[in-house]
Design a protein around this ligand. Structure first.
Ligand code: HEC
Length: 197
């Protein structure tokens, strides 16, 4: 529509309204600048230090810090039958088996299954074992692995406390008899003399 179109009514004059030149308020420009700086800053940071900005990495750091704080309570564990047995039998220490369970969930289930019934790795819920004869052999296997057979060595991946706790948890799965991978190895004596498993 043009001003010259006679069929259209003429626009009224602008009644004294004039276009003024009003600069943006200072606080607005400042807020806009701050937002831009923050945005570019965080993009930059996520590129140069992804470990600081990645939520998964900061979660891992929090979990590690939490574990270290908790481990102060149990001190440095040794991979002996006595230490492992205490975590498996003493009700006061049983919450540490839960820590072992979460280490198992994070590192072992891909081969041993979420219930320990075995996938590529052997079923840990029955009485048959390939390498293990005594309780401490569980920790020994976790520490050194059985590389040729596909069981990784964990001594450089997990702390000794984590190894002891995950081994105690893995040993505690015995006797649960979850149907899974067929029995490998030989039946072995109970963990504890006189015990059933
Ligand atoms: C990449 C696969 C894989 C992962 C991951 C794995 N394992 Fe294993 N594991 C195996 C295999 C395979 C064997 C059998 C080794 C053999 O035949 O000598 C085995 C054996 C074992 C044994 C000895 C069983 C027996 O019959 O003597 C224990 C105990 C064990 N693993 C515990 C663990 C724990 C605890 C973790 C996690 C920290 C873990 N494994 C992670 C594959 C795995």
């Amino acid at each position: 529509m043009s001003d010259l179109d006679p069929s259209q009514p003429q626009r009224p004059p602008a009644h004294g309204i004039e276009e003024g030149d009003h600069p943006l308020p200072g606080w607005w420009s400042l807020a806009a600048l701050a937002t831009a700086v923050l945005a570019f800053g965080s993009i930059f940071l996520s590129v140069i230090r992804p470990d600081l900005t990645d939520p998964a990495a900061s979660y891992d750091r929090a979990v590690t810090a939490e574990l270290q704080a908790q481990f102060a309570e149990i001190g440095n564990l040794a991979p002996t039958a006595g230490t492992m047995g205490a975590f498996m039998t003493d009700p006061e220490k049983s919450r540490w088996l839960r820590v072992g369970q979460s280490i198992f969930a994070a590192n072992c289930v891909s081969c041993h299954g979420s219930d320990g019934a075995g996938v590529s790795g052997p079923n840990l819920t029955d009485d048959h074992y390939i390498r293990v004869r005594k309780l401490e052999d569980v920790a020994e296997t976790v520490i050194g692995g059985s590389i040729a057979a596909g069981m990784p060595a964990w001594k450089d991946q997990l702390s000794m406390n984590e190894i002891v706790l995950v081994s105690a948890y893995a040993a505690s799965l015995r006797g649960g008899f979850v149907e899974g991978k067929e029995r490998d190895g030989e039946p072995i004596d109970p963990w504890f003399p006189g015990g059933s498993d």
